[in-house]
Design a protein around this ligand. Structure first.
Ligand code: ADP
Ligand code: ADP
Length: 232
């Protein structure tokens, strides 16, 4: 579902060139919950952001669902990006929109009719357990609830892939467990392939079936933990 071929990323700054990711090869299969673990600065976030081309690789190919994203026109890329959802450590919700509007917003961009939009928002809020908060603003929610909204929003366009950048790093252990089991449920119900980066070993051990370890921009080890995502 996701294949990286010899992918490198060099950032050019005033201080000179810095290679954040070096010649990485990675293969994530459909249905995997794949973890990438490493210390801060290892290049995990850069790697994840190259998978939807939020960052463009300096070298190499990024193939998602059979398409080489680095070769697409801007228009084709916009379409393919809809099949890739993303969530962040700090949620990135729109503070001036309600929970339901945050989820619906993702669908307005993709020009889906009002009725279908509202049905999908309802379904997703049900799946993440936040129907009762549909009209609340993000500032009224706990961290775990905010991440649930972000997950609903990321799933709005029915993506095949969900990219998770430190999804539980801002959450307490109990909330972390509940978000991880939600991610697992989503993997199962919607058949979404999940690629998750984290510095927390516990997260990887809880839900991932495969793990890659990153250090200084290199993939140094890959472990196969189970054939299928592990059940919590
Ligand atoms: P991680 O997610 O593992 O913490 P990052 O991918 O965020 O790692 O960062 C990897 C390295 O690349 C770090 O040294 C970071 O300072 C550097 N870096 C990240 N983004 C940029 C950028 N936009 N410009 C320059 N350097 C960057
Ligand atoms: P995290 O929540 O994963 O720690 P950061 O706060 O480090 O994320 O932000 C990662 C990058 O994404 C930053 O450069 C930030 O400006 C950018 N960003 C902020 N909001 C969004 C958004 N809604 N979608 C995509 N990228 C965003």
């Amino acid at each position: 579902m996701i294949r990286l071929e010899n992918v490198s990323k060099t950032y050019f700054t005033e201080k000179g060139a810095f290679q954040a990711v070096t010649a990485m090869n990675l293969s994530v299969e459909e249905g995997d919950i794949y973890g990438i673990i490493g210390f801060s600065g290892a290049g995990k976030s850069t790697l994840l952001r190259m998978i939807n081309l939020l960052e463009r690789p300096t070298h190499g190919k990024v193939i998602v669902d059979g398409k080489d994203l680095t070769s697409l026109s801007p228009r084709e890329l916009r379409r393919v990006r809809q099949s890739i959802g993303m969530i962040f450590q700090h949620f990135h919700l729109l503070s001036n929109r309600t929970v339901a509007e945050n989820v619906e917003f993702a669908l307005e961009i993709s020009k889906i009719g009002k009725k279908e939009r509202q049905e999908r928002v309802q379904e997703l809020l049900h799946v993440v357990g936040l129907e009762s908060k549909a009209s609340s603003y993000p500032s009224r929610l706990s961290g775990g609830q905010k991440q649930r909204v972000a997950i609903a929003r990321a799933l709005a366009n029915r993506p095949k892939v969900l990219l998770c950048d430190e999804p539980t790093s801002a959450l307490d252990p109990q909330t972390t467990t509940s978000i991880l089991s939600l991610l697992q449920e989503i993997n199962r119900i919607y058949k979404v392939t999940i690629l998750l980066v984290t510095h927390e070993m516990e997260v990887v051990k809880t839900i991932c079936n495969k793990v890659a370890v990153m250090e200084n921009g290199h993939l140094i080890e890959e472990l196969h933990l189970a054939d299928k995502p592990i059940s919590v």
